[in-house]
Every structure is written in structure tokens, then in C-alpha cells.
Design a protein around this ligand. Structure first.
Ligand code: MRU
Length: 352
């Protein structure tokens, strides 16, 4: 059974505290929007799809308790709370797109006189609950398309060796995962020989979370420090790199965990295909290119300390951008639930 990062039933939400993994498994109650903002901002839950789902579910649990019977006030409060949730972390677009969709829904329900306040609440909460199911379905489709694309580019039936970065699995989504979903699909075909995952400094999503998921799923895998990537590609035949995304611009430029860009450069140098696995909820067609993506900068302490222990020299300045942007020219394909697209062909998704 895969890991359960989000436990939700109507009126109740708990998330697996990812700050404590892999050493402790503890769930944190999220009682409403204030808690939702905090767990996202502190990165107790992280990963672009999971941020959006937990943010919206935190609103759903708050709304379930709310006895407001004025639709206009409900609409207004919903808009304010969604905009607040979006401010918790700025780079991933999924929560912004979900908020826009839900604000539209609230506007429609509020304007429709045939909709009672009870219907409003029911339909609004149901829409949010639907996100949990859809994300898992989308991830499974991403897994299938990615697996097909990678197997097609390989000569013969040789071993498949994948490199991935950060964490894109069950912990970062509603379940199954995006890039890790592709890895799971490859594992199901019995063609997967080995997965390499980077530590992903400074927050160590690779060492703490991806390694945990790979071990849990019994997928043959090896952890490498981030600076080993070039040596890995030079000495072992890597079939493909597959990473996730926090925001893909309309031209295919992709913001993902810091370090992704340098992996893409190395992959280009070594002729290794470089795939981004991302649901449509990570694609921001309103941004023409990656230089317009706001990159979150995280506190110095994530770099200077491991847990309570300082590892960096006191007094040193730090720069800790949480994401970088990989130019479209370095990306072989973007794997979505609608198929695999060349980065300059994202506009064709709508016709699928
Ligand atoms: O800072 P994080 O841990 O939220 O960053 C996560 C990533 O960069 C993931 O690769 C991305 O969100 C895709 S998760 C399916």
C-alpha cells in the first residue's frame, strides 16, 4: 500500500508531517484555513499538487462547520480565504489555479437564485473533494504515458535506469505521484533496473522522502548527493531523467526544485532524455515564459542547520532559492495526463 499523506473525511483533515519523516510518522490535524496556511508555509506538507489539495481541503473543513446562511457573505469569505492560502508559498501554480476555479464556482453559485445556501455549501465542498480523486487518476495517466515514452526511446529491451530529483511521489500529491508515478509504472512493466535519487539539499526531500517512498515500494534504488549527477551520467548508463514541476510556463520553461536546471544541463551534455512529469494543474498558460515565475526564497536556517545542529560557519551570508527555472530547450518532453508534449507544443493540449 502506498503512503497516505492526506487523510480526509467530510469535516476532518489530517496531514502526515513531512518535517518529521522518515524517522517519525505523525499526523497533524488541520482544522481550517489558518492551520492550512501554516502547514503549507512550514512545509509540513509540500509538493505542488499536495499544497493545492491540502489548502483547498482546509477551506472545506472550515466551511463544513460554518453555519452562515448568507450566500453573498459566504462568497466573499471564500475569496478572501483562498487568496490567503495562495500566499503561503508563491512558486507552485496549482493552488492559484484551484483558487481561481473555486472563486468562479462561488461567484456562479452565489449569483444563481435557485441555489440555496445549503446547496452552495454542498456543491462547493464536493468540488474540492473531487480534487483528491482527480489528482490520483491524473497521476496514473501521467505514469502510463511517461512509461510508454521512455520505453519507446530505448534501444532493445535493455535495463531502464532513471534519475529523479526532489520528491514527487505519494507525499507530494494525493497519491501515486507524478515523476515517481512514471517510475512506479516502469516498475510495473518489470523493465526498471534502477532509480537514482538525489538528496535535494537543503531540505533533503530526496534523502528523506523519495528514498523513503522508494524503499517502501521496494523499488531498487540508490541515493546520491546532488553533486554526483554529472559523474553518474558519465559512468552509468542513465536512460532518462524524470522530475516534477511547480509551474510550467506557456513556452515550456519549467520551475522545479532548486538543482533541476543543472541536472538538465548535464543531461543535455550526456545525451540523456530529460522529462518533466506534471499534471495540467501545474501548467500556467497565462505566463509566457519562465523568467516571469516568482521564485520562493526560504530561510537561511534550512542551509545552515541540520535539525538543531549548525553545519555552516556562523556569520556567512546565505542565498536559498527554493526553485530554479529549466529552459524549455533542455526539456525532451512534458508528460501530462493528456499525453507527452514537446515543450513548444503545450498550446496543443487544449485540443486533446
Ligand atoms: O519545496 P517543495 O518540496 O514543495 O518542492 C517540490 C518540488 O519541487 C516538486 O518537484 C514539485 O512540487 C512537483 S511534486 C509532484
Amino acid at each position: 500500500m502506498s503512503l497516505e499523506s492526506i487523510k480526509y473525511t467530510r469535516g476532518s483533515l489530517e496531514i502526515l508531517d513531512q518535517l518529521l519523516l522518515p524517522l517519525q510518522t505523525r499526523y497533524v490535524k488541520v482544522k481550517g484555513v489558518e492551520d492550512g496556511w501554516k502547514v503549507i508555509n512550514k512545509m509540513q506538507v509540500r509538493g505542488a499538487p499536495a499544497i493545492a489539495i491540502v489548502g483547498c481541503l482546509s477551506l472545506a473543513v472550515e466551511l463544513e462547520r460554518d453555519n452562515n446562511s448568507d450566500k453573498k457573505i459566504m462568497r466573499q469569505e471564500i475569496e478572501g480565504k483562498l487568496n490567503y492560502l495562495v500566499s503561503a508559498r508563491p512558486t507552485a501554480v496549482n493552488i492559484k489555479l484551484a483558487a481561481d476555479e473555486l472563486i468562479n464556482l462561488a461567484n456562479t453559485l452565489s449569483a444563481d437564485e435557485s441555489v440555496t445556501p445549503e446547496d452552495f455549501k454542498e456543491r462547493f465542498i464536493s468540488r474540492i473533494e473531487g480534487m483528491l480523486i482527480k489528482d490520483i487518476e491524473d497521476n496514473k495517466a501521467i505514469g502510463r504515458y511517461g512509461c510508454e515514452a521512455i520505453l519507446k526511446t530505448l534501444e532493445g529491451d535493455g535495463p531502464v535506469r532513471i534519475l529523479t530529483h526532489c520528491n514527487t511521489g505519494s507525499l507530494a500529491t494525493a497519491g501515486y505521484g507524478t515523476a515517481l508515478g512514471v517510475i512506479r509504472s516502469l516498475q510495473e512493466t518489470k523493465r526498471l533496473d534502477h532509480v537514482y535519487c538525489t538528496e535535494t539539499r537543503p531540505y533533503n526531500q530526496g534523502a528523506r522522502l523519495t528514498a523513503y517512498e522508494l524503499v517502501h515500494e521496494k523499488i531498487p534504488s540508490t541515493l546520491i548527493v546532488d553533486s554526483v549527477v554529472s559523474a553518474l551520467m558519465n559512468t552509468r548508463r542513465i536512460s532518462a531523467v524524470v522530475v516534477g514541476a511547480d509551474r510550467v510556463a506557456a513556452n515550456g520553461d519549467t520551475a522545479n526544485k532548486i538543482g533541476t536546471y543543472q541536472i538538465a544541463i548535464t543531461a543535455k551534455h550526456h545525451g540523456v532524455p530529460f522529462y518533466v512529469a506534471a499534471p495540467l494543474t501545474s501548467i500556467d498558460m497565462a505566463l509566457t515564459s519562465g523568467d516571469k515565475i516568482k521564485i520562493e526564497e526560504r530561510p537561511d536556517r534550512e542551509m545552515t542547520h541540520v535539525g538543531e545542529h549548525r553545519i555552516a560557519a556562523p556569520g556567512i551570508n546565505c542565498w536559498n532559492p527554493s526553485f530554479d527555472v529549466t529552459p524549455a530547450a533542455l526539456i525532451t518532453g512534458i508528460i501530462t495526463e493528456k499525453g507527452v508534449f514537446a515543450p513548444d507544443k503545450l498550446s496543443e493540449i487544449d485540443s486533446k
